[in-house]
Design a protein around this ligand. Sequence first.
Ligand code: XIL
Length: 364
Amino acid sequence: MIASVAAGALVGGRSWAGPPATLAAAARTAGLRFGAAVRASALDQPRLRDILAREAATLTPELELKWAALEPAAGRRDVAGADRIAAFARSHGQRLRGHTLLWHRSVPDWAARELASGGGWGIVDHHVTATVGRYGALVDEWDVVNEPIEIGARADGLRANVFLEAFGSDYVARALRTAHAAAPRARLFVNEYDLEYDLPTHRARRAALLRLATTLARRGAPLHGIGIQAHLDLGKGMIATDELRGFVAALAALGLTVAITELDCKEVDYIRPADERDRLVAAHVAGFLAAVLPHPATSAVSCWGLTDDQSWLEVTAADRARFPGAWADGSSPGLNRGLPFDAAGRPKAMRDALLAAFAAHPRS
Ligand code: XIL
């Protein structure tokens, strides 16, 4: 339906371009929110600014709200990048997804040292309260804890990070309570990766995350949702459709909402023609969305960037090595094509897949 509108529907015998179907508008019509991650430095690009302003209802600062970026030295807060994204969002009527308060990969060295030597919860409290307090209602969702699960480490499936070492497994609930006190109206999330495939680690991670969510819900912690990162990968086989559906339903039964927070797709084959690659990515993304969007508990989809040139996904040396002789003439495999727009800002098949999925799954 959307495709025919985009192609120009016939109205009264005359061609009518129809309303511009943006991802933000299509999601809104379906009762969903669409957003994208962005780095402050990318806001220098006029073309990207236009695409972000048009297509996204929420922005996720890709780096700028992480603790190591915000407070590189004790007591020295650097909010310039986050403020820049916040100002862009305000002037375009967008909200921010707050990513992320506690993540084992973004703890500044000074904080890690203090936490490990018994510095106490005050360090976390100050960071969370200052960060959440600065942006007020502009940030209506926070990823309070990012990637708390680690498979193969502990029996309870929790990652033995600096927070767990310092405060025990209750640190997740405690962080949620601290964030809730600072932003009583914000929806608070635990965000996690490797949940999407029919692989042993993904199966174990879904189970461990569901256990954590169940414990938090039973204890009355202010947890409102689970973020499924959704860094898809064409090399990981089939999407675990039935299991993902069951996972979303189980989270919903706990009263939780589900957000797709970091959608993108790593490719495997970099030598096919670009349009074929784009169709493979789009079909895979469509398969994933068909698993998570039917349940009304799924409330939002964010991509981890919008244009391929901004993606954190790279064509690596190992990727190149799979195609001996290719690019020997000095040409290049180019970019990974795992986002809705190409480097020139042209929409790709992945964008059509998102539009079609939103149209197919309206919330009642
Ligand atoms: C990534 C950024 O995209 C990179 O630029 C940065 O170097 C590392 O972090 N899961 C997350 C995100 O929750 O914060 C990560 O973002 C990607 C994986």
